[in-house]
Write a protein that binds this ligand. Structure first.
Ligand code: AMP
Ligand code: MG
Length: 311
């Protein structure tokens, strides 16, 4: 690696008009989202960065583990379990949660994967999926309206005409979308659509064990993804959560995972969890969509692009 060349490239990146505009817009959107969540009665809780308990995810990532006083702790992939535990005390919570997922190097080609990113991670005790979806629609439309006005100069410099979508967003069932457009329906639909849309009722094996199985539709989860239009792909994943011990155990085993892997969460469930629902939205992907960028790395001064040297 030629140090001079690398430093020049990094300096050019940090100083580029695109990155500067995106970081300013990112700052405004964090302001708006924090304000929005507080106005909805949510408490901002601190993020958790290391823990013996983290999200198993539904796709392979390298698991960076640190030695913490002789115990194995993972860097947080998502705060799903901590959210489920914290809603017991606070009712409605949000956090800007740094996530580390060492994604496979090929994922750099998607333009929407980083190995270090931030989620606005939200959870509400006793909420239904519908309630959360309506709140998200309120949040997205309010945010786009705010950014259009506050950052109109930056947006026009970027050549981005950000439209405020109409509510309610379209809902498409996972199996219907798959039937009509094949396995890669998310990409196809994302390119075809001009407004964000929901994919709902996702089959059990497609997601992690903690999303709640429908009472009326076995093997179908009461969860949802929000997908950006114009080919930008997935924005949000969320849903109602499993909270009953027996159900959690059954779902862990259906995934071919072990209770030992999630023993701390299982122990909390044994002591009693309450129902909740929530979602996570990737901040860099949201910034990328608002800016209309091809690549997610232009939203961050020090992006961790999978497989590439990063500072
Ligand atoms: P998940 O629950 O795994 O779907 O993650 C929640 C949200 O975080 C996703 O919908 C994305 O917006 C964002 N996200 C997940 N993985 C990445 C990644 N590697 N890079 C950037 N954003 C991500
Ligand atoms: Mg997802």
């Amino acid at each position: 690696m030629e140090i001079e060349k690398v430093l020049d490239a990094k300096m050019d990146h940090v100083k580029s008009d695109k990155v500067i505009a995106a970081v300013k817009i990112g700052s405004d959107l964090r302001y708006y989202l924090g304000k929005f969540m507080r106005e909805q009665g949510y408490v901002e809780v601190p993020p958790v960065i290391i823990s013996p308990l983290t999200d198993p995810l539904n796709h392979p990532v390298f698991d960076p583990v640190i030695n913490y006083y002789g115990e194995k702790y993972s860097l947080t992939k998502s705060m799903i379990f901590h959210k489920q535990i914290m809603v017991q005390s606070f009712g409605s919570i949000f956090t800007f949660s740094p996530n580390i997922r060492i994604e496979e190097a090929e994922r750099s080609s998607t333009g929407r994967h980083l190995s270090e990113f931030t989620q606005l991670d939200v959870e509400k005790r006793g909420a239904t999926r519908d309630e959360i979806m309506s709140m998200v629609e309120e949040m997205i439309t309010g945010l786009f309206r705010y950014i259009r006005e506050k950052d109109s100069e930056l947006l026009s410099k970027l050549g981005r005409n950000l439209q405020v979508p109409s509510k309610p967003f379209e809902r498409i069932k996972f199996l219907d979308a798959e039937k009509q457009y094949g396995k890669d329906f998310e990409t196809v639909l994302s390119k075809k659509k001009t407004e964000p849309f929901w994919i709902v009722d996702i089959p059990l094996q497609q997601r992690e064990f903690y999303d709640r199985e429908s009472d009326t539709d076995p093997e179908i989860l009461v969860d949802m993804d929000l997908v950006y239009p114009e080919g930008f792909g997935e924005a949000i994943s969320g849903g109602e959560r499993e909270f009953k011990l027996d159900k959690i155990k059954e779902r862990i085993s259906k995934k071919g995972q072990t209770e030992e892997q999630f023993k701390w969460f299982v122990e909390f469930a044994r002591r009693g969890l309450e129902p909740s629902a929530g979602f996570g939205i990737g901040i860099e992907r949201l910034t990328r969509f608002i800016c209309g960028f091809k690549r997610i790395e232009d939203t961050h001064p020090f992006p961790k692009v999978p497989g590439e040297f990063s500072l």
